[in-house]
Design a protein around this ligand. Structure first.
Ligand SMILES: Nc1ncnc2c1ncn2[C@@H]1O[C@H](COP(=O)(O)OP(=O)(O)O)[C@@H](O)[C@H]1O
Ligand SMILES: [Mg+2]
Length: 311
């Protein structure tokens, strides 16, 4: 186990209990996703595991050893990309990366090589002499990442690295994270974007109010809920009794009709498309597109908590 949190509780001075007996484990080599809405405790849990914050109770181990603020040897093997961009405005892109790398790598030649590799990795080659103030949001995010990973840490923690970046940079960042993992790093990735977590994470912990509400692979999480298939049919004509008939199809959990869009949610099992088509044909209702989808992590969150992941 690379990281182990055991029943960690953290209360801030204002009385907010940000972590409530939170436990999770990160295995070597995986991309571990911490998914939860804003305020669910993702950043607090990262700061506790790095010993940047003290906590009320519980225990934290990293690389199999108890983590304390003095364990610089452990910290040297961790790369952190914080949620809030943390770079020096008075240093250039190159100097910033060199500074952070220099915290861990003293040899100048070795460091030069690592800094250049990090610049290549985030494609900041054309900006090495720029100061942070001259960089766009997406480029700043990339600089923030380069500063956290240049020393080639075994464990890389990225806290919402794609907030407020354009879709192209977002995809580049996600590809970069997968590449870092393929090169051997274990990754902890926090996000409130379920699409990203679904895309890149091997194992997912879903947080709400400082607690784990569910965990597992994305397949396991989706299989753990009642909802199976969602079918959407664009209707061109309609009949009053349609909803009643569709609701009577076995295994249908919920059926709604808004703006000519019929939405049918069914439990796990065989598809209900043939049953719906049969009813539409019996009732002589014309239709356009039909779309079938499987549960998302948002459905998982919704079914367990009764609220949406992003409010
Ligand atoms: N420094 C702080 N002082 C008091 N409350 C805080 C502080 N930082 C975070 N919180 C509160 O703790 C809870 C968890 O916050 P946080 O860990 O930042 O969540 P997330 O990273 O998932 O958005 C929230 O209710 C937040 O308002
Ligand atoms: Mg956060």
């Amino acid at each position: 186990m690379i990281v182990k949190l055991d029943k960690v509780t953290k209360t801030y001075k204002n009385g907010v209990k940000a972590l409530d007996e939170l436990s999770y484990e990160v295995r070597e080599g995986e991309i571990f996703g911490l998914l939860g809405p804003n305020g669910s405790g993702k950043t607090t849990s990262i700061n506790c595991l790095l010993s940047l914050l003290n906590y009320d109770s519980g225990s934290i181990e990293i690389f199999g050893e108890p983590m304390t603020p003095e364990r610089y040897d452990i910290k040297a093997k961790i790369g952190v990309v914080p949620q809030n961009i943390a770079v020096f405005n008075e240093l250039t892109v190159y100097e910033n990366i060199d500074y952070f790398c220099g915290l861990y790598v003293k040899d100048k030649e070795k460091r030069k090589q690592l800094v250049n590799e990090a610049i290549d990795f985030v494609s900041l080659n054309n900006y090495t002499n720029f100061y942070p103030k001259k960089l766009s949001g997406g480029l700043l995010r990339r600089l923030n990442i380069a500063c956290g990973i240049s020393h080639k840490p075994k464990l890389i923690i990225l806290d919402e690295p794609t907030v407020a970046v354009d879709p192209q940079t977002r995809n580049k960042i996600l590809e970069g994270i997968v590449k870092l993992n393929e090169l051997g790093a274990t990754i902890i990735y926090t996000s409130h974007y379920m699409e990203e977590v679904e895309k890149i994470c091997d194992y997912i912990v879903i947080l709400d109010k400082g607690k784990v509400i569910s965990h597992g692979t994305k397949e396991k999480l989706k299989n753990s809920i009642t909802l199976g298939e969602t079918i959407e049919v664009k209707l061109l004509t309609n009949k009053d009794n349609l909803l009643e008939k569709v609701k009577n199809i076995p295994n249908v959990l919920e059926c709604t009709l808004h703006d000519d869009l019929l939405v049918v949610r069914s439990g796990k099992g065989e598809t209900n498309i043939p049953n719906i088509l049969r009813i539409l044909s019996e009732e002589n209702i014309k239709y356009g597109t039909i779309y079938s989808s499987q549960p998302t992590l948002n459905d998982v969150f919704l079914e367990i908590t009764g609220k949406k992941l992003r409010d």
